[in-house]
Design a protein around this ligand. Sequence first.
Ligand code: SAM
Length: 237
Amino acid sequence: MGGLTYIDFLAKFGVGGAHPGGIPLTKNMLTGENITKNTAILDAGCGTGQTTAYLSQQYNANVYGLELNPIMLEKAKTRFETLQLPIQLFQGSIEDIPFEDQTFDIILSESVLAFVNKPTALREFYRVLKSGGRLIANEMTINTKLSPLEEAEIKKFYGLDSLLLEEDWKRILETTGFQNIELQSQPQTMSQGNPAQEFNFSKNFEPELFDILNQHGNIVIKYHDILSYRTIFCTKL
Ligand SMILES: C[S@@+](CC[C@H](N)C(=O)[O-])C[C@H]1O[C@@H](n2cnc3c(N)ncnc32)[C@H](O)[C@@H]1O
């Protein structure tokens, strides 16, 4: 792969809605939340900003995007400018969030925690949420334990430090201090893809990125009954 990662593939192909279930699931996840124009929402690891733009358009809320990858950031910036949306976009890591304590009412993070040090990022989410604030996430989760070789294959491909079962997510959310923790599985599998995926290709990209796309397809098919995801809802009381 010449050092190219799955995230490089997503960034150069400009994959919007780069999470299982895509924007239809995002909309669904938000329906039970109390969001007004005064709500401060962080889209943590916003990628090209499909969800971030939706949050601004749908709720007219105070929307912030945080993203580490410069190509993703550029694509998100262009999207927000084109749509003339008042979204504040920041470069930074969810492991060291460049905001004061107690800033946000809601943090939405779709398929980002899986790629980082999870306890560190969850502590940061907790810190920057207001009391009563909500964390809503959509994260890779394995349905059953894998053999060490299988686990190593998935971790290596996605660049993960760990692969969590549902009970592992619950435990680290609890340890961080979150309450009212709810994890839900969804009918759509990872191998069914995302019904509303967009692409915004970079002008130049390495042909090897097609290999990453193929390998991704092979992994989700090979592990279709184990490699899954959960929607996660919890509160900082
Ligand atoms: C699978 S994509 C999901 C993007 C977006 N949330 C979406 O659903 O389309 C993962 C994103 O997390 C970003 N990311 C990875 N590590 C990060 C970190 N430490 N801080 C912020 N963003 C990060 C990647 O650059 C990428 O945009």
